[in-house]
Each structure stands twice: as C-alpha cells, then as structure tokens.
Design a protein around this ligand. Structure first.
Ligand code: ADP
Length: 459
C-alpha cells in the first residue's frame, strides 16, 4: 500500500500530525475564483451556488467510493484521488488490521487454553449462572458422561442426575464433595465449583478412587479392630464389676488394683464405642434418612445429663432456645455432638462455672452455641482440636476421663449435616463452640410451642 502523509506502512501506527489541508485550500481558491468570475459576469451568487453543488456531488462520489472500499475487506489500496478521503481510508485500514491481529492472537490463546484443559485428566466444565454447560473437556465425557459440543446449554443437573450434586450446584458451597462416578462403577470423584469470568462457574471433578480406597481400608481396619476388642473388653469389665460388688470374693489387698483395672477397662470401653461411632459416621458424608429434629427438646435432655456429670461441681447452666426451630438431621448423632460439646464445657470449667447454651437462627442459618467461662484454649491448638486423639493437656484430659475423640465426632456429625464448627477461646477466660447449620437444613413447615424456651439450671 502507498505510504503517504506519515504512514510508513499499513500496519505501523499512523502519525496524526499529517492532516491534509490541501483540499480546503483548493476549495477556497475555487470559490474565490468563481466569486470573482461571477462578479465580472454579474452572476456571482449563481456561479457560487453552481460550484458548491458540483462540490457536494464530488463529495458524495468520494464518500461512496470510501464506502465501497470499506465493504471490500480485501482492498487495502485507498480510493483515489489522494487527499482527506485517502487519509481517512488509511486510518480505517490501520485500525482494521490491528483488530484482525488482536482477534488472531485471542483465538490462538483460546486454542492453547482449550488444548491445555483438554489434556487435563480432571473433568472440567464451564457452567453459566443457571448451571448450563458452556464448554467441557474430554475428561468430562469419561468421568461424567458430558459430551462436547452435543450437551451445550444442557443443565449439568439434568445430565448427571444426583440429588447431592443438584444441591451442590444450587448452593455453590466453598468446600468439595465426593460423589460416585456416574459413568464407571467403583470410581469416586471429588467435585469443586469455582467462580469464573462473569457469572460463570468452573466445575472440576477429580478421580479420587485411590484415595477413597486407602481411606476405606484405614476406616475398615479401625472398625474391625474396635469390633474385635469390644467383646473381650465387655467380658473383662463384667468380671471386674462383679469382683468389685462382691468384695468377699477377692482378697482385700486386691481392692485398689481392681478399682484401677475397672476404671481403665471403662475408659477402654468408651474409647472402643467412640471409635466404632466414628467409623459409622465416616461411612458416608451425609445423613441417609434425615428427619425433623426439635433441637430445644434435645438440648433439655443434654442439660439433664450434664447436670449429673457436673454433680458436686455445681456448674450453672442456662439454656436459651427457639422452641420451634427444627432442623433436618439424625437425632442420635446430633445428641452425641451437642452432648460432647456440653460435657467438654463441664469438664474444662472449674466448679461453679457458668455454661450457657443457645439455639437460634439468623439469615445465615441455625446456630448452636456452647459458651463457658472455663480454662480456655491457646490459639495454637484451636485449628487441631478436631483431630483424633488431639489433646491440649494430655494429663488433664486423662483425669477428666476424655478419649480425645469427642470433637472429632462433633466435626463428623456436623459434616454429615452440612454444618461447620467454629471455635473461639481465650486461656483463662473461657471458650465458645458454635455449630453453624445452613438455611437449607431448617425445617419451616412444622408447628411448635409458641413461647421461647428459657431455662435456668443450677447443678
Ligand atoms: P476429650 O475427650 O479429651 O475431651 P475432645 O476431642 O472432646 O477430647 O477435646 C479435645 C481437646 O480440646 C480436649 O482435650 C481439651 O483440651 C480441649 N477442649 C475441648 N473443649 C474444651 C472446652 N470447652 N474448654 C477448654 N478446652 C476444651
């Protein structure tokens, strides 16, 4: 293409100082000459009008030529004659080429991205805000049965029919879930949803079959060992209790030894029971047949047992609970979790300490809070408290009769209910353990007692 008026080539940036005023000078010269000639002939106005009309026709012709040139995407030579229209054409041509180059670059980035995600072993699906498929890689067909491009605009929940997945896609939780592969038997996938672009979601499913198998083996091993130990421990405890109740059967010197053996056997028994419970809870990460649970009633029972545990330590209990607030879940599991929290409060709060329990709801969901003014926990331990056998103070826990499994059980029960445990504590001041249940677990349609349950229990 011609390089005029500061344009070195078609693709280089034009220099905008090169405005061409020759057209304007030419027009002014023509109008002046016409005015002079017209005045000499006595028809200055008519001459000027005639010339201006011709000029307008010429402009129209130039604009038309420019339009035709623009429509022809292959034409790079600007329309003749040189001048202002040629400059406009050069500018447009420059922008057009720049746009083409950008488009090419973007297309190549997109191709690279798609090649990379296609090579990923994880199923990757881009979803729009309604959960409809916008793009999927090859692994999505292997792991989830989603075919690209055939399944474009289909909702993922229609393609992979699993109630848990529906809930997951609807609620966009931050955590991952594990689901069985819909295409291959005995394969398990860990699924996560990440926000992506504008109102889009990246749905990634990773094959975790191996990890699942290892976890299953570990869990089976613990369950089997615990099961095998259960019967002998029960038998030993039975004999020890008989000997303790019928003291005349054993020599008097054996008394203290029998007491100690019995208390160790008792500890071992509760350890085995808790390990078995944990194994059962681990089998699945959700409650299989959830029922509406009236938590205020359940908490009253927990407090009764906590008062018995407190005994002579005379803790002061208070319960503030929304009486109609029910959640969908498993009554026994929730009882186990809540009683663990309240019993811990009893065990780690000095005599006559205050233990406040509240059950309420807000926009985030339903919450159970157990607050005590006991020994408290150092910040460094808080993140690890729900690990099995993790204890802040080994010696103290043993004297309190703890197994170190209580909070692990709480964590698993909450996980199965889609809830989370939040712990706040300060050494010497006390602790707050809060269970946060999602809005979706609240039962809304059941009637209940009208007044708020407010009880003060003195141990
Ligand atoms: P344990 O059976 O030993 O009580 P848990 O798993 O229930 O086991 O608790 C783990 C540890 O967390 C306990 O050993 C204790 O140190 C600490 N802990 C739990 N609850 C409280 C609490 N309310 N106040 C202070 N420390 C607590």
């Amino acid at each position: 293409m011609r390089a005029r008026n500061g344009h070195n080539s078609r693709t280089s940036e034009p220099t905008f100082v090169s405005m061409d005023y020759r057209d304007l000078w030419r027009l002014l010269l023509l109008l002046s000459a016409t005015a002079l000639l017209g005045a000499a002939l006595g028809h200055a106005m008519a001459a000027l009008c005639g010339v201006l009309l011709l000029y307008v026709l010429w402009l129209h012709r130039q604009l038309r030529a420019l339009l035709l040139w623009l429509r022809d995407s292959k034409a790079h030579e600007p329309p003749e004659p040189p001048g202002m229209f040629e400059e406009i054409a050069v500018e447009i041509d420059y922008l057009r080429e720049r746009h083409k180059k950008r488009k090419k670059k973007l297309a190549s980035y997109l191709k690279q991205f798609q090649q990379a995600t296609r090579a990923l072993p994880d199923a990757t699906v881009v979803l729009d805000k309604d959960g409809a498929v916008m793009w999927a890689n090859g692994a999505a067909s292997r792991h989830l049965g989603i075919r690209w491009p055939e399944d474009l605009n289909q909702r993922i929940t229609n393609l992979v029919r699993m109630p848990r997945l529906q809930e997951f896609v609807r609620e966009h939780p931050a955590s991952t879930i594990e689901i069985p592969s819909p295409t291959e038997q005995n394969r398990f996938l860990s699924v996560l949803l990440a926000p992506y672009g504008k109102d889009q979601w990246l749905f990634v499913a990773r094959d975790v079959t191996q990890l699942h198998r290892i976890n299953q083996m570990r869990s089976d091993f613990v369950a089997n060992v615990s099961h095998e130990l259960r019967t002998p421990t029960t038998v030993i405890r039975g004999f020890l209790e008989s000997l303790l109740y019928q003291k005349h059967l054993a020599p008097p010197a054996w008394g203290p030894a029998l007491e100690q053996m019995n208390s160790h056997a008792e500890r071992m028994q509760s350890l085995i029971e808790e390990l078995l419970l944990l194994s059962r809870l681990e089998q699945e990460d959700h409650v299989t047949n959830p029922q509406p649970v009236l938590v205020s009633e359940l908490l009253s029972d927990v407090i009764k047992q906590a008062r018995a545990l407190s005994g002579a330590r005379e803790h002061l209990f208070s319960l503030e609970a929304e009486p109609t607030l029910r959640i969908n879940g498993n009554n026994n599991e929730l009882f186990s979790a809540f009683s663990n929290l309240v019993f811990n409060a009893v065990n780690y709060t000095p005599p006559k300490g205050i233990i406040q329990i509240s059950w309420y709801r807000d926009e985030q969901g339903a919450h159970l809070e157990v607050r005590d003014n006991g020994v408290g926990i150092d910040e460094e331990h808080i993140g690890r408290l729900t690990e099995r056998f993790y204890r802040v103070d080994q010696a103290r826990t043993r004297t309190e009769g703890g197994t170190g499994l209580g909070l692990a059980i709480v964590k698993h029960v909450l996980l199965r209910h889609g809830a989370q445990l939040d712990i706040k504590s300060k050494p010497g001041e006390g602790s707050v353990f809060r269970c946060d249940f999602p809005v979706s677990s609240i039962v809304t349609d059941l009637p209940g007692p009208a007044a708020e349950l407010r009880l003060d229990h003195r141990g």
